[in-house]
Design a protein around this ligand. Structure first.
Ligand SMILES: [Zn+2]
Length: 262
């Protein structure tokens, strides 16, 4: 049962220390407020506070964080506290979780339809596909993103734009299925799904293919500014902890978002 509750993407070596620390502080504050302010007898207040502490602590231990949306605000909170500028934060993908061989099947489909070409042991994006994809990105970013994302998703999803449209929250029912896509990632993937459809790629692998294709982006899908290869030195729930080295990422210098993590 514990394994069902555990979220490996936010725990173990993927545990994000800004998330864990900020949630532990919030939990302590909540327990302290309950212990002091709950309108009940002292023994009852302390009882409620310790149950809250136990449940909250277990949640942070198993799931990486307690407060919904922590991976989104914790890095900013830490940046604000440290007096540093907000760093790029990475987002999820339209494809969500997939079978182990899904990536391989997607690559086969991309090669078969000539979307990517294998040259020696490296892969190149077809230049015609690149220009179709860019044209599709231009159209996607000029219109309402939410219906476009729900059209492109491989399964029925609820789509919500948050933080002034900077983030697209995609959910297939229930908070555990929730994924946060940054606006540039959402634009890139929706446009990729459309361009892949035009290239004749099987609908079953389109959304799955959209995510690795982001590695071939040269310009930000939203700003059209040239992307830079850099390192991710802080990103919640995505492998940044004192135990793992920073990842290489493609980031936009204008909007500060990652569009791909290598
Ligand atoms: Zn940008």
């Amino acid at each position: 049962m514990l394994d069902d509750l555990r979220r490996p993407e936010y725990t173990g070596e993927n545990r994000c220390w800004p998330c864990t620390a900020s949630n532990a502080v919030l939990l302590l504050l909540a327990c302290a407020s309950v212990a002091r302010l709950l309108p009940a007898k002292r023994a009852r207040r302390l009882g409620v506070a310790s149950v809250l502490g136990l449940v909250g602590g277990a949640t942070i231990a198993l799931r990486g964080y307690l407060v919904p949306g922590t991976p989104r605000f914790a890095p900013r909170l830490v940046d604000v506290l440290a007096g540093e500028p907000t760093r790029p934060t990475e987002a999820g993908s339209l494809a969500g979780e997939a079978a182990d061989d899904a990536g391989e099947r997607a690559l086969d489909a991309l090669l078969a339809e000539g979307v990517v070409h294998a040259v020696g042991d490296s892969l190149h994006l077809d230049e015609r596909f690149r220009s179709d994809w860019r044209a599709a990105m231009r159209r996607v970013r000029e219109r309402d993103l939410a219906p476009a994302v729900s059209d492109a998703a491989p399964v029925p999803v609820d789509v919500e734009l948050v933080e002034g449209g900077d983030w697209v929250v995609v959910s297939a029912g229930g908070p555990e299925s929730e994924r946060w896509l940054s606006r540039p990632v959402a634009i890139a993937e929706v446009a990729a799904v459309r361009a892949l459809a035009e290239s004749g790629v099987d609908p079953a692998v389109r959304a799955q293919s959209a995510s690795p294709l982001r590695a071939f982006l040269r310009e930000c899908p939203d700003c059209d500014v040239e992307l830079e290869e850099t390192t991710a030195d802080r990103c919640c729930g995505s492998g940044t902890s004192p135990l793992s080295p920073p990842d290489e990422v493609l980031a936009c210098p204008a909007c500060d978002r990652y569009v791909f993590r290598f």
